[in-house]
Design a protein around this ligand. Sequence first.
Ligand code: 13P
Length: 334
Amino acid sequence: MKLAELHAIAQAMVQPGKGILAADESAGTIKKRFDAIGVASTEQSRRDYREMLFRSEAAMQGCISGVILYDETIWQDAADGTPLIKLIEQAGSIPGIKVDEGTQPLPSCPGETITIGLDRLAERLARYYQRGARFAKWRAVIDIGDGIPSYAAIHTNAHALARYAALCQAAQIVPIVEPEVLMDGGHDIDRCYEVTEFVLKETFQELYYQKVALEGMILKPNMAVAGKKAAKPAGIAEVAEKTVKLLKACVPAAVPGIAFLSGGQSDQDATAHLDAMNKIGGLPWHLTFSYGRALQAAPQKAWAGQAANVAAGQAAFSHRARMNALASRGQWDA
Ligand code: 13P
């Protein structure tokens, strides 16, 4: 492993004023997004949509440090025959790849899951590196509910994340370590805080056991937020303060950066929360975005599968990217 190179890539991914576009929706997830805008999900429509995003020059050159791709996309060509991954590179952005293979039920933990994909991961990483990927992503999913999460589910998922991260670094690929605590329930922000704290502490312990170099990875966590069905949603300032406190308690300063997932927050909230955290300032790591829905909901709606709407889709994407880029510097203004 050449740690200096991994560190330089990680630093570039979280450089102030830029963040990551998570465009790695699996076939099932992108179908759900396309269903919502009345577009059939085909190999070509997925290609056309992602080509539109990657050719958004204002967003890609000015605000997007890296793009997380799904396996299908990394091998696809644009309509003119240029590999999609080249469009990303030509914009000065770094291509990355989602390498987990989704979740499966954990038999010992009813209602909980384990993320799979470790088998033959070393060979897959080598192929992705050859194709141009310089970072990867693996998402573990922790749900909050009655009697969950269990320690067994937290531990098993943290262990898999650390195994994945170690394999990435051995393949000269920067791992994005994503332990996502879902915001689906009716829990309050303090319950989210408590669960996320446990999950992050367990994750960093496992990363240590697997000898993952913290300087050559990025953390992609959820923020401390109330569940979507909570009686009392938390305000922007409370989310920012509690998330910063939580991260300070759990994330070693050697980690170059933290790139949040949006997790179902509204576009505006995802931007406002990131901005409020960066306005607090004085943090040992860069805080930026690695948003999927909070960057793509607007362009998906504007595009709606119509070639005639490509410019509108690109404008919508560029706007959200610019707002989040400002938030990554704490310079966004509502
Ligand atoms: P969201 O921002 O939509 O949560 O997606 C980010 C992501 O990559 C989840 O794995």
